[in-house]
Design a protein around this ligand. Structure first.
Ligand SMILES: Nc1ncnc2c1ncn2[C@@H]1O[C@H](COP(=O)(O)OP(=O)(O)OP(=O)(O)O)[C@@H](O)[C@H]1O
Ligand code: SF4
Ligand SMILES: [Mg+2]
Length: 424
């Protein structure tokens, strides 16, 4: 059982949105958005596995990729180990914009005046002593620009302290993001498609080491062998190509590549979906074993609710771009609160045929609405068996209804009257 009380938060996601723009017509005008992730919030504790489940197209992969900053989020906040990964803090964004604007204007002004003076000095210099004057003007420009950037830096610091913003609230620059990449990695669903068919196993595992570490060829080779041992790949296979491996072995290569730079956090996006059932358990056991040995933290995305029950400490359920319920694994499976979670879990086959025959199933009616045009109010209102009038008007808040149990549903919304009054 995961000890939440002593664990610290490694990943913090707050109101994350990832919209893909829709462009139509001859002029490719922006006419709407696919709201793949629409205001998702969750935390993942260090050493924990958070399962992410939901129907196909509900935004699981987009959520995982956005958390890793493989996509630029539309809005929202992501923190890894306390470090902001996105422009989530609107105050920080405002501070950066304001100080950049002032700095750019001042620098532009000084540069224009300075360039004018310089040209003037050179023209006059054709008479006498021009180069000396030009040199002096250039020096004055350089000193003024340095003073201006210094002043801009000091004023930004003052603005940050008055707005209560720290360095961690700023999105990292491209360079800083590149330096953070080793700490967060991804294991993909299709090991065949995610491995370069023209590279050998050693080349694939060694690629991130060449990109991000200053290891010598000898050190890199030693690390490649160490990783192959860790995921159970025979060292003799180092010079083989991906097509020479089975599906399970290819996924082991993908895991070894993800581990190469000692990451803290790994998004596993359906890592077993493309594998035979007999191999699935091996890969899941390997992931669990590596987690225990290396203290890894996982976001485990899967359709397979039985496998998620086995591997996850807590489970988040997504529907149409939103997390509708998040709870510790056992309470979520034993006593789901959200009508969608109940329907999803009731579809899981029972291992015992007798229990399977008698199990109560909740079959959902209707199709999943388009994420480009989600329904007003609760996203699930077009299919929910317990829909109420308020559900079609007001989007339910995502609230902690019991310790560590979050749900977005008016059935569990204690401030229903307030919400109705606000809407009226
Ligand atoms: N690059 C993109 N451009 C436009 N729309 C996209 C893009 N990627 C995903 N989408 C859309 O976003 C929505 C969520 O897709 P996503 O792949 O995240 O779902 P998923 O839950 O991972 O589905 P699955 O279980 O089938 O993998 C879908 O409607 C999809 O069509
Ligand atoms: S808010 Fe209403 S429609 Fe949505 S899940 Fe709850 S009861 Fe169903
Ligand atoms: Mg997916």
């Amino acid at each position: 059982m995961f000890d939440f009380d002593s664990a610290r938060k490694l990943v913090e996601v707050d109101d994350l949105k990832m919209y893909f723009p829709i462009h139509t017509g001859l002029l490719r005008r922006h006419t709407g958005n696919v709201k793949a992730v629409d205001g998702v919030s969750f935390d993942i504790f260090e050493g924990e596995t958070l399962g992410l489940v939901g129907e196909s197209g509900c935004g699981k992969s987009t959520c995982g990729r956005t958390v890793l900053r493989l996509y630029e989020p539309t809005s929202g906040q992501i923190r890894l180990d306390g470090r902001g990964l996105a422009w989530g803090n609107p105050v920080a964004r405002r501070v950066r914009n304001r100080s950049d604007r002032v700095g750019n204007w001042a620098a532009g002004l000084v540069f224009t005046i300075g360039a004018g003076l310089l040209v003037g000095a050179l023209v006059r210099g054709s008479v006498t002593g021009g180069w000396a004057i030009a040199g002096l003007v250039a020096l004055v420009i350089a000193l003024t620009l340095a003073a201006l950037y210094g002043a801009a830096y000091v004023s930004r610091r003052m603005l940050m302290s008055s707005e209560g913003v720290s360095d961690k609230d700023f999105a990292p620059s491209e360079g800083a993001l590149r330096r953070l990449r080793p700490t967060m990695q991804m294991v993909f669903q299709d090991p065949q498609a995610s491995l370069n068919p023209r590279m050998t196993l050693a080349g694939i595992i060694g690629e991130p080491l060449s990109e991000h570490s200053g290891m010598s060829a000898k050190e890199r080779e030693a690390r490649i062998y160490e990783l192959m041992d860790a995921v159970g790949l025979n060292r003799d296979f180092a010079n083989r190509y991906p097509h020479e491996f089975s599906g399970g072995q290819r996924q082991r290569i993908g895991i070894a590549r993800a581990l190469a730079l000692n990451p803290k956090f790994i998004v596993c996006d359906e890592p077993i979906a493309a594998l035979d059932v007999s191999i699935q358990a091996q890969v899941v056991n390997l992931l669990e074993d590596l987690q225990e040995r290396l203290g890894l933290t996982y976001l485990f995305i899967s359709h397979d609710l039985s496998m998620v029950r086995h591997i996850a400490d807590r489970v988040a359920v997504m529907y149409l771009g939103k997390v509708v319920e998040l709870a510790p694994r056992d309470v979520l499976y034993d006593e789901p609160l959200h009508p969608y979670t109940r329907a999803l879990l009731s579809a899981v086959p029972e291992p015992d045929p007798a229990a399977h025959e008698t199990a109560q199933r909740e079959v959902l009616q209707g199709d999943v609405p388009s994420p480009a045009n989600p329904p007003k109010g609760c996203n699930f209102c077009t299919r929910c068996p317990q829909v109420m009038d308020i559900c079609r008007r007001i989007d339910p808040e995502y609230l902690e209804v019991q310790p560590r149990r979050f749900v977005a549903c008016h059935l569990h919304y204690e401030h229903q009257e307030t919400a109705e009054a606000t809407a009226a």
